[in-house]
Design a binder for this molecule. Structure first.
Ligand SMILES: *Cc1c(COP(=O)(O)O)cnc(C)c1O
Length: 519
């Protein structure tokens, strides 16, 4: 839809950005500014914040973006969403985030053409080598400005529970940012050696990394309990601290992710790959439904999209949901070679449900109550039809993931990580099942070096990597494939270990209090 055809509210939201407000997906609160939304993170009724008006991009505007660099594109797209930020403030945040110093590519998110139909959107050129950097490099700056606007004078303590990638990206994003502290809890034995070293060698005066004796769920539940501890909040308040969140339930983390999908389209226009208005498919390897939801919002803004393809590993709760309308988390949790997608509760799906039920907070609240009470809910036929009109879902297993890495390397000399390989394999299934030859963008979410063991095994075979340590594997991949080890992973073994704290699952609150000097 062109902007001129958009409903009146949308135009108002677009032309007079200050009119943009946010509400909860469960209907309990509305009329919040972008600043309020970003500082709060999650709505008081348990829902997630969503925009109240539809932002529209016209085709002319998307075409004009072809001549812009990534930072300029980001300012243009973020502006209508951040109603109470001035353009200068947004530009300041963007310019601090997407620098050549932080991203080892001038384009920030280079698009690499794989074959006639498929381009790979490389989202891993940031400091921690996964797509989380695109949001977590800018979120601290947005959060600080937002806190200033809402009159928040307390120091903001960001609590993060991570299965590996979010923790490191949050540490890098928030390190030495005035007015903030970041505390990351990771499962002590549940992350890869590279991921662990990335976190425990983290530099910065305001960052803390704590290993938890338990799995990711333990760390996440512990963090949630700390968030909801009223007595602790009171003490924190007296000491001048407040908590916030850096995971994708925070709108401030989600909205920067819409930028790279529009940017990819602008790149394809620029290279002549597509004609203005031509629809594309977007394939996203999915866990918490955050990254693919950003693609949905890009499509809702007017990006010409044919299908959004939701790719899962064997934790295929989303595949089942999109194919049947039944969300059922009552199943075995499977540890896979694409661990960042090992998740059974995809939080951001709630936002999609709200958008596709004509904004029925009542329906969404009902389903979420069923999910927490029984672990399952079923959406109505109309909602399911709307989902299936835009989304297609599939999943794959570890064997096929490794085979895909090997095939892609053999055929194109191009190395992909396990998560990206899941997306590529599911896309193949999509093409076989539908025959659709629409030009397609596949989101590549991590550098192959970050999941070096699986990637080396796929490319060189199990035998030739036997007995090799993490860093020998990095070297082997680098030499064998003629690729440089990314700066963020280079020399990790030579860095000083700065964070040695490990605690029991039940001691997480105590650890937080000690770090903050609270008795
Ligand atoms: C976080 C992550 C994902 C999943 O993204 P969601 O937004 O949770 O769907 C996929 N791949 C990698 C490498 C990740 O770090």
């Amino acid at each position: 839809m062109r902007r001129e055809d958009a409903p009146h509210v949308a135009r108002k939201a677009y032309f007079r950005g200050r009119e943009m407000f946010y509400r909860s997906t469960r209907g309990g609160i509305d009329g919040l500014t972008a600043s309020d939304t970003i500082t709060r993170g999650i709505a008081p009724d348990g829902g997630l914040f969503v925009p109240e008006s539809q932002v529209r991009l016209s085709l002319d505007e998307i075409e004009n973006m072809s001549a812009m660099n990534y930072a300029e594109r980001a300012v243009f797209i973020l502006k209508p969403f951040l109603g109470d930020f001035s353009e200068d403030e947004i530009r300041d945040c963007v310019n601090k985030a997407y620098t050549r110093e932080k991203f080892d590519s001038d384009r920030v998110v280079p698009l690499r053409k794989l074959n006639e139909n498929v381009s790979i959107l490389e989202l891993w050129h940031g400091p921690t080598c996964a797509f989380k950097d695109l949001a977590l490099q800018i979120l601290p700056h947005l959060l600080l400005k937002a806190a200033g606007k809402t009159g928040e004078s307390r120091e903001i303590v960001i609590l993060v529970a991570t299965s590996g990638d979010t923790g490191k990206a949050a540490l890098e994003g928030f390190k030495d940012v005035d007015g903030t502290k970041v505390i990351v809890f990771y499962p002590e034995d549940g992350v890869s050696r590279v991921q662990k070293l990335q976190m425990i060698t983290q530099e910065g005066s305001n960052v803390y990394t704590v290993g938890v004796k338990g799995n990711f769920d333990d760390a996440q539940n512990g963090a949630k309990e700390i968030f909801n501890d009223a007595a602790l909040r009171e003490v924190m308040d007296k000491k001048g601290y407040t908590f916030s969140s850096a995971n994708s339930i925070n709108w401030g983390r989600l909205v920067p992710q819409t930028v790279y999908y529009v940017s990819a389209y602008a790149d394809m226009l620029e290279s002549g790959e597509i004609k203005p208005g031509e629809k594309i498919n977007i394939v996203v390897p999915t866990g918490n439904f955050g990254n693919i939801l950003a693609a949905y919002y890009a499509a809702a803004m007017g990006l010409p999209v044919n299908r959004l393809i939701c790719a899962s590993n064997e934790n295929n709760v989303l595949t089942d949901f999109i194919n049947t309308g039944i969300y059922d988390r009552n199943r075995r949790f499977i540890k896979t070679l694409s661990p960042s997608m090992d998740i059974l509760i995809s939080s951001n799906l709630e936002r999609l449900l709200f958008e596709l039920t004509d904004h029925s907070g009542k329906k969404v609240a009902g389903w979420m109550a069923e999910l927490s009470a029984r672990g399952t809910y079923t959406v109505d036929k109309t909602t399911l039809k709307r989902i299936q009109k835009l989304f297609w879902a599939g999943f794959t297993n570890d064997d096929e993931t490794l085979k895909t890495i090997e095939c892609i390397y053999k055929e194109y000399g191009y190395l992909v990580d396990t998560h990206t390989a899941v997306a590529i394999d599911v896309y193949d299934r999509y093409v076989i099942s539908t025959g659709d030859m629409t030009k397609t963008v596949i989101a590549s979410t991590a550098s192959p070096f970050k999941f070096n063991e699986s990637v080396a095994k796929a490319v060189f075979g199990q035998e030739s990597i036997k007995g090799l340590g993490e860093f020998q594997l990095l070297d082997k991949l680098s030499k064998g494939c003629g690729l440089e080890i990314p700066p963020g992973l280079r020399d990790l073994d030579k860095k000083e270990i700065r964070h040695k704290l490990v605690c029991e699952r039940t001691q997480m609150k105590k650890a937080v209090m000690e770090i903050l000097g609270i008795q």
